[in-house]
Design a protein around this ligand. Structure first.
Ligand SMILES: [Zn+2]
Length: 697
């Protein structure tokens, strides 16, 4: 079942938006040979072919903090130097480019430190990572509110279109932060933005550290496959301990025959961190409104959409309202069907509840297609699927993937792949994969940029990206086996990875997925569609007992067709969350997020929610950069379907179309507006009805 988690959560655009950057030594930021004795501001930062570790993987207590301290000090010094250049000597190069480089260097140094807050298997070290993230966010808020810096940057003149793009993006960011306000008002806005970022980080940390668990007997978990049961911890009395992490939640909600078990799971999942996170979110919403008003916008949603493709909140509302008509009706029909199934199975039932939906959708799949998901999974061991996905990208994009054996990692579960150019053989970038759940680890799916790509003279800094996943851990006698929707997730996240790693822009801050929020999910959501192409699926399959045994055609056909069973449910959930996000961010005055969540869920999903639900408290996206941005999944999906249709004309592994996609979209980052890049790739304006095409297929 596709959960929201497959829509990447954690700040995948950490890398972009309001943050940019200059020249300081990142000495100590990597443990690449020679990086520790640098004496110039840039030397030693740049990596070369002899690099051993693209990012540092082991830390002693205090080390992350001290690396962060020196990075922040050096960045501040570099920024001061830019400001101090006499105005007659200021040039685009020594001011705007220098600023961009400083902030990019700062990012490249700090992202590998802050990510440790999400993955490091030691609470003291991961706590330092989290703390640095908070400081990082506050520091950048200060930087982007510096009037001296803004004046310096604004005073230089770009001389070509690339420079103009950089200038426009950076100046817009400063202006959106209120640089046109009086000093007093600006200081007030900056203070509020710092408070906001603290609330956001606390909200995310609460979810990350959530330890809610339920205990169920074997009987209560009847129906849950052995592969999942064997991954649960047990009490001394041999009962099962089920966490709220993705694989556990998913297994119980999809397979547990007992309605009581599913309702308990649902309630726990949607009440976790209920009290504290609801308060944090509601406080953040008020702050956001105040900030938007100070900056002259009607609402936070108008503020956030300014500069995106959608441009303003009314365009977003128009877009999601148009989808609502179609989806609500389809979803209502589906609910009636599910209720019929439920009544056939349990003649006393009269109502369909939210915790029935995944379970009954799975029953529907089995009934309509005699589809056995467990049987399908046997053909998709994680390693085999990864090899298959990489082979697909090799065909499409002219690259090679090689697993690196001797790069240091923070946990034995982490793998690193080196991505190189097929023609030249040169390393393009590094892809880290941390794919199984464990304590202290971020519990959803995401792609996080750790270092941007940059070229300086003969030196090449490869981009580095990490995918965090939470697939079923391998059992004692079986590898990790994936369902089709998990293959979908893997294509999605590796799609983000390709966007980040195949970038080829002159500026790091405009590279990779540092694009508009309503375009950022375009490549990833396009790549998802490869997971439903029968030929691709067959090629990436291989039974876990015998990898040369491909998935049988009949099973494959069922696996692909069952997607339609889930489509309506998936898009309805995304739509409801888009409405909820927009309502949170267009309302005036205090928002009761619980009431809004109930109202929208019951209107769009058409089911009654039980009392006591606090689902907004675990709506991580709205506190992690997707605020007034959740609609971007649907907006981008329309673009994605246009891309997929273009591939369908020539074949899903056609190199010519693949290279065009790489060159016109993936490589171009934020060098032009997303809709312009798309039009360049398509050779025409995108078809706005593509989502309907998806729903009606
Ligand atoms: Zn994504």
């Amino acid at each position: 079942m596709t959960l929201m988690e497959n829509l990447s959560g954690l700040r995948p655009v950490l890398y972009a938006l309001s943050v940019f950057f200059l020249i300081f030594s990142a000495a100590g930021c990597t443990d690449a040979p020679g990086n520790n004795e640098t004496d110039s501001l840039t030397a030693g930062y740049l990596m070369n072919e002899s690099i051993k570790n693209p990012v540092k993987a082991h830390y002693n207590p205090g080390e992350i903090t001290s690396l962060y301290n020196s990075a922040e000090d050096l960045t501040k010094q570099s920024l001061d130097l830019i400001v101090e250049i006499p105005s007659e000597k200021k040039t685009f190069e020594n001011t705007m480019i220098a600023y961009e480089k400083t902030i990019s260097d700062f990012n490249d140094c700090v992202q590998p430190l802050t990510i440790m807050g999400y993955v490091y298997p030691d609470s003291e070290i991961s706590g330092e990572g989290m703390e640095c993230e908070e400081r990082y966010s506050r520091f950048l808020t200060n930087v982007s509110s510096r009037r001296d810096l803004y004046d310096a940057l604004k005073s230089v003149t770009p001389s070509n279109s690339d420079e103009k793009r950089l200038y426009d993006v950076i100046i817009r960011e400063f202006e959106k932060n209120g640089l046109f306000l009086s000093d007093e008002k600006l200081a007030h806005v900056t203070e509020m933005r710092k408070e906001l970022s603290t609330l956001e980080l606390r909200f995310s940390a609460n979810l990350n550290n959530d330890n809610t668990k339920l205990v169920f007997s074997k009987e209560e978990l009847k129906g849950v496959p052995e592969s999942s049961l064997s991954s649960f911890e047990k009490t001394p009395a041999k009962d099962y301990i089920v966490t709220m992490k993705y694989p556990d939640y998913n297994a119980v909600m999809t397979y547990a025959e007992s309605e009581n078990t599913r309702s308990k799971m649902y309630m726990s999942y949607f009440t976790k961190q209920g009290e504290e996170n609801t308060l944090l979110l509601e406080e953040a919403l008020v702050l956001r409104q105040n900030i938007a008003e100070e900056l002259g916008y009607e609402s936070w949603a108008d503020y956030r959409t300014d500069g995106r493709i959608a441009k303003n909140s009314s365009n977003v509302m128009e877009f999601i309202n148009a989808l609502k008509v179609t989806l609500k009706e389809k979803n209502a029909n589906e609910n009636s069907e599910l209720l019929e199934i439920k009544k056939r199975m349990f003649p006393d039932s009269e109502e369909l509840f939210p915790w029935d939906v995944y379970y009954l959708l799975n029953i529907k799949k089995m009934q309509e297609y005699s589809y056995d998901e467990e049987k399908v999974r046997e053909y998709f061991p994680l390693d085999r699927v990864l090899d298959g996905i990489f082979a697909t990208y090799e065909k499409l994009f002219g690259v090679n993937f090689r697993k690196s054996e001797n790069i240091d990692v923070w946990h034995p579960d982490v793998y690193v792949y080196e991505v190189s150019d097929e023609l030249s053989g040169n390393v393009i970038g590094y892809l880290y994969l941390d794919l199984f759940p464990r304590d202290l680890k971020y519990n959803h799916f995401c792609a996080a940029g750790l270092k941007g790509r940059s070229v300086s003279g003969d030196s090449y800094n490869p981009p580095v990206l990490l995918i965090i996943g939470n697939f079923n851990s391998p059992g004692c006698d079986k590898p990790s086996l994936l369902k089709i929707d998990e293959i979908h997730t893997l294509f999605h996240e590796t799609g983000h990875a390709m966007h980040f790693l195949l970038t080829d822009t002159p500026y790091r801050s405009l590279s990779g997925f540092g694009v508009e929020m309503d375009f950022v999910e375009t490549p990833s959501q396009a790549m998802e569609e490869w997971a439903y192409d029968p030929e691709i699926l067959k090629s990436i399959s291989g039974h876990y007992n015998n990898s040369s045994e491909k998935i049988p055609d009949a099973l494959l056909a069922d696996a692909v067709s069952t997607r339609n069973v889930e489509n309506v449910n998936t898009y309805t959930r995304i739509l409801a969350d888009s409405f909820r996000d927009m309502k949170f961010h267009t309302t005036k005055g205090p928002v009761n997020t619980t009431d809004v969540s109930y109202e929208i869920y019951e209107d769009i999903n058409g089911l009654k929610l039980p009392d006591g639900i606090r689902s907004a408290a675990s709506f991580g996206h709205v506190m992690a950069d997707y605020d007034a941005g959740y609609y971007g999944y649907l907006w981008s999906k329309v673009y994605s379907m246009n891309i997929v249709d273009e591939f369908k004309k020539s074949g899903m592994t056609n190199r010519t179309t693949g290279m065009k996609f790489r060159e016109e979209i993936l490589a171009r980052g934020n060098m032009e507006d997303g809709d312009v890049l798309l039009e360049n790739f398509l050779g025409e304006k995108p078809n706005p009805d593509a989502l309907n095409i998806l729903l009606n297929r």
